[in-house]
Ligand binder design. Structure first.
Ligand SMILES: [Zn+2]
Ligand SMILES: [Zn+2]
Length: 768
């Protein structure tokens, strides 16, 4: 926040013109200013325009100072004040302070707030039988409720939202017009008389009699699957303790083995399922209400098929009034997973949801407030005393990341293929989109292209340069290539490191460790175990994992045992020793092993990769954790979860100083020797993690000797692995490095678009 002071401080009467920028519309800022100004006896007005809030205030200098001070120190809970600019104005002598209507003229640089959880005041009203909003599922106020998901256009006023269809009743209108009311200019304000209504309908769309919430709770208690319309889309809910109901949901949804998220009524209920520390509690209670990945208690009493193979559970607390009502009627934990078939985006339009989910849900708890933008739940883990974002979406998007540097030109960064987000940037703001998903079907591609158009309008960005990944087959790359603008290709792992730098507001060069699944390298091979010497504008590939074949290309991602075979080939060549682990491995893959090995050796459909994710796959498969996976990274995730955290031992790997090659196959050979010696898999998993972390530290120390750089940025999807992060951070800090990890955007591909935009901005600044 910056205060640029003009002519404040004159004695006697003065008038100032104040501009407030940031998230200041739709968050109760004008009534707040009205209240402060009235208390201070100031005259003037406060209003919205396309850039934020404008205030003119007239009175004694000391009172004016108090007003300016209060703007940043006492702002309402959802406001984010980024800049206050004060200039002197001519004294008018007019009395009284007023709130003026919105002005949609001028350029639009105002910021739309993310959706936020129901506030305590609204919950109190909902619980009060005497209140006119008692048990009303759409209660909200200036301090809470839907925002981004209902915004059609700016300025943020009721006609620009999906609440435009609901005409305010007289009491609501009074609250909306009263500057001292908590609902003054709360755009989604409504009540049971004038607002949206709930309905419970059967799978064939027939209206079900009775109270919709208690009806839905009754169905859930009986084991039914209920589709529930939330803030950003539909959830599918079942009772989490009912094994039959949960496996039913899994099979109808075709959601193989991905863990399902849970919703519990409150923090105490969450504690009955999981071990929760202070940081995790704060994340659960954050007004964004993300899903937080937590360690499951052994007595959690949750159906096994909620999160097969997982030590953890993804848990969130209620965030909409409807969730609170449902949690009261059904206090036991609910599975709340996104309402889609696997791989499709979450359903958010009613007709579409009723269509697509009809084969899954037994009933639908729906309402008539439209969702304009589909936004999935956000997912976080705790790491290093703060959040480690896994998916940044509802509750966070579209709040911009404010960076300490200007973007000289308007930028559109198209992001990657999987876990796509895009990013628009201008000024010092990077607007990273909500989670779009994997760009592999028509629906997701459509939300990508529509999302870009919506963001361009909302944030007045007219891209002069469009950034894309180097992978020519990514649909996001193809989209970029068809844009009528200057193009910039940014290497995938450079984008990861730039994303981590932007996340941490660091512009200095660093040693960047980018470990992920796969990304196109500048040499046309697939990278993913990279040590870069990088800053925002450029990089050199200083070291990397020695490449191995991926026999069967994409099939090797779905079948980690193929990576184990390729690594064993790198270790032993044609002469595999007669060891028990190898015998077992051979026996499991007897029919295809020789074929896969000859394919790898001949280089047939076996691209080379230096991917760290594939190295994890290889060791996990060899340890018998998983030969095939139903989602990318599954083997590595399960391998991390079963590691024995108390094991201090570690494997080693050769590092070639001339070529910078790191022999990951040494880690595989060491794991194999341990497995043959009968060492338990959790110990092997721990020694592998510790060994890889030690390799990271050693390579970074060598690069520090060469370059003098003493800061390390860790990015890429492999660094969602908290055990690896902890071990790398501990080792690097002990060696005297400053370590940067992600806080605001995910280390996985969800953060790529920010990195792409940051690279573009840095290059533009160099050429200015
Ligand atoms: Zn509220
Ligand atoms: Zn009303």
């Amino acid at each position: 926040m910056r205060i640029t002071a003009g002519g404040v401080g004159k004695p006697e009467m003065a008038r100032i013109r104040v501009r407030v920028e940031g998230v200041v519309q739709g968050v109760g800022f004008r009534p707040f200013v009205y209240g402060v100004a009235s208390r201070l006896g100031l005259a003037g007005f406060v209003g919205n325009d396309g850039r934020g809030v404008v205030i003119e205030a007239e009175g004694e200098a000391a009172a004016l100072d108090c007003l300016v001070d209060a703007l940043s120190t006492q702002a309402p809970p959802l406001a984010r004040v980024e800049r206050v600019t004060v200039e002197p104005a001519a004294v008018t002598g007019l009395a009284g302070f007023t709130i003026s209507a919105s002005d949609s003229s001028g350029s639009r640089t105002v910021l739309v707030a993310p959706d936020t959880a129901t506030c305590v005041d609204c919950l109190t009203e909902m619980a009060d039988p005497g209140d006119r909003r008692h048990a009303y599922a759409f209660t909200n106020c200036t301090n809470c409720g839907p925002r981004y998901t209902i915004v059609r256009e700016l300025p943020y006023d009721r006609p620009g939202t999906t609440m435009a269809a609901f005409v305010l009743c007289e009491p609501c209108e009074r609250e909306y017009r009263d500057p001292l009311d908590r609902r003054f200019h709360a755009q989604p304000v409504c009540c049971p008389d004038c607002g949206p209504r709930l309905r419970l309908v059967s799978a064939d769309s027939a209206l079900m009699a009775g109270d919709p919430v208690s009806g839905a709770a009754g169905l859930l208690a009986e084991g039914a699957i209920v589709a529930i319309k939330g803030l950003g889309g539909y959830h599918l809910a079942v009772a989490a303790s009912n094994e039959e109901a949960v496996s039913n949901l899994r099979s109808r949804k075709h959601r193989e083995e991905r863990p399902l998220a849970l919703m519990v009524p409150d923090i105490e209920a969450a504690r009955r399922l999981c071990v929760i520390d202070d940081v995790e509690e704060a994340l659960l209670l954050d007004i964004a209400r993300p899903i937080v990945l937590l360690e499951r208690r052994s007595d959690a009493g949750i159906a096994a098929s909620v999160a097969p193979g997982q030590r953890g559970l993804g848990v969130m607390l209620p965030y909409s009034p409807l969730h609170y009502l449902l949690a009261t009627a059904h206090p036991d934990p609910l599975v709340m997973t996104s309402g889609n078939l696997s791989s499709e985006p979450i359903a958010y339009r009613d007709d579409d949801a009723l269509n697509r989910l009809a084969g899954i849900a037994d009933a639908f708890l729906i309402h008539d407030r439209a969702i304009h933008t589909r936004v999935d739940d956000s997912v976080l883990r705790a790491s290093r005393g703060g959040p480690l974002p896994i998916r940044r979406s509802r509750g966070f998007a579209p709040a911009p990341l404010t960076l300490p540097w200007e973007f000289p030109r308007h930028v559109l960064a198209c992001g990657p293929e999987l876990k796509n987000t895009f990013c628009l940037a201008r000024g010092r703001h990077a607007f990273v989109s909500h989670h779009i998903g994997d760009l592999e079907n028509h629906e997701t591609l459509q939300s990508f292209t529509e999302g870009i158009e919506h963001f361009r309008r909302l944030f007045s960005v007219a891209p002069e340069v469009v950034v894309h990944d180097l992978h020519p087959e990514y649909l996001s790359t193809k989209y970029a290539l068809e844009c009528d603008a200057e193009l910039l290709g940014v290497q995938h792992h450079h984008a990861h490191i730039a994303s981590c730098l932007a996340d941490n507001e660091v512009a200095d060069p660093v040693i960047g460790v980018a470990f992920d699944g796969l990304g196109m390298g500048t040499d046309g091979t697939l990278w993913g175990g990279e040590f870069l010497v990088a800053d925002l504008a450029g990089f050199t590939r200083a070291a990397h994992l020695a490449p191995v074949a991926m026999p069967g290309a994409a099939r090797a991602v779905r079948e980690p045992w193929r990576m184990a075979a390729a690594y064993l080939d790198a270790v032993f060549g044609l002469q595999w020793p007669d060891a028990p682990t190898l015998k077992a491995f051979r026996a499991r893959h007897e029919t295809r092993l020789d074929q896969v090995l000859s394919m790898a050796r001949a280089g047939l459909n076996s691209p080379l990769t230096s991917s760290a994710g594939r190295l994890f796959d290889a060791v996990a498969a060899l340890a018998g954790v998983r030969d095939t996976v139903s989602y990318e990274g599954q083997a590595a995730i399960e391998f991390e979860q079963l590691a024995d955290r108390s094991e201090p031992g570690r494997y080693g790997a050769r590092i070639e100083s001339s070529s910078g090659l790191v022999h990951g196959s040494d880690l595989v050979a060491a794991a194999l020797a341990d497995l043959d010696a009968g060492v338990a898999v959790p110990v092997v998993a721990a020694r592998f993690h510790n060994g890889l972390a030690a390799v990271v530290v050693e390579v970074c120390e060598r690069l520090r000797r060469d370059t003098g750089l003493a800061a390390v940025a860790l990015s890429g999807g492999v660094f969602q692995n908290v055990l690896l992060v902890e071990r790398c951070v501990a080792g690097l800090e002990a060696a005297g490095f400053r370590v940067l990890t992600h806080r605001r955007v995910p280390p996985n591909d969800g953060g790529i678009s920010l990195g792409q935009a940051a690279v573009c901005g840095a290059r533009d600044r160099l050429s200015c």
